[in-house]
Design a protein around this ligand. Structure first.
Ligand SMILES: [Zn+2]
Length: 185
């Protein structure tokens, strides 16, 4: 069975009446020559600016951007706890997420999950709030990297951080999180 990842960024902003209205680009996806590239919360803001949304309008009306990816949920009937052997390539982005766990869980496969080791899916998220500081650099048409760096400095948890937390909880696997966040690595 093949699962396709469903990544998207939802953007909400205030209408003229002050009420929350609209989805600017509910999928906020970029299509490139190598196929579909999914973007993160910071990338969605850059994408809107590239699409011609006026920076001052975006900055004055944006409430926040929520980026999400779907990962497969481990089957609770057959998942197996194994010693954590580290991440291939020792990507430093992963080692910054606190102390490495001693164990993680892997997919096995049983009758309940049709031998796949997974049962259902769950989301991993990152929420970029449009703070006044953020709006200031949007008006300056900052690039996605600068927007992301500021958001992290203001406390935003990246997609891979949320995914890593769910690996620690044993609800999904490291392979799943790496699969859907590789564009962000
Ligand atoms: Zn199972």
């Amino acid at each position: 069975m093949r699962f396709t990842s469903a990544g998207s960024s939802a953007i909400r902003w205030r209408g003229a009446s002050g009420s929350r209205t609209g989805i600017a680009d509910s999928n906020a996806r970029v299509y490139g020559c190598c196929g579909e590239l999914k973007i993160d919360a910071a990338g969605a803001i850059s994408r809107l600016l590239e699409m011609g949304v006026q920076d001052y309008l975006l900055a004055s009306s944006l409430l926040g951007v929520l980026a999400q990816r779907l990962v497969r949920r481990l089957c609770p009937n057959c998942r197996r706890e194994i010693p954590f052997a580290g991440v291939d390539g020792q990507d430093p982005a992963w080692s910054q997420n606190g102390e490495a766990p001693r164990t993680v869980w892997e997919a096995v496969g049983c009758e309940a999950c049709s031998g796949t080791g997974y049962l259902g899916r769950l989301g991993i998220f990152e929420l970029l709030p449009a703070t006044s500081e953020m709006c200031k650099i949007i008006v300056q048409r900052a690039d996605a990297g600068s927007i992301r760096n500021l958001a992290v400095r203001l406390g935003m948890h990246l997609l891979r951080d949320d995914g890593w937390e769910k690996v620690r909880q044993g609800v999904t696997t490291l392979a799943e999180v790496l699969r859907v966040t590789r564009e962000e690595m």
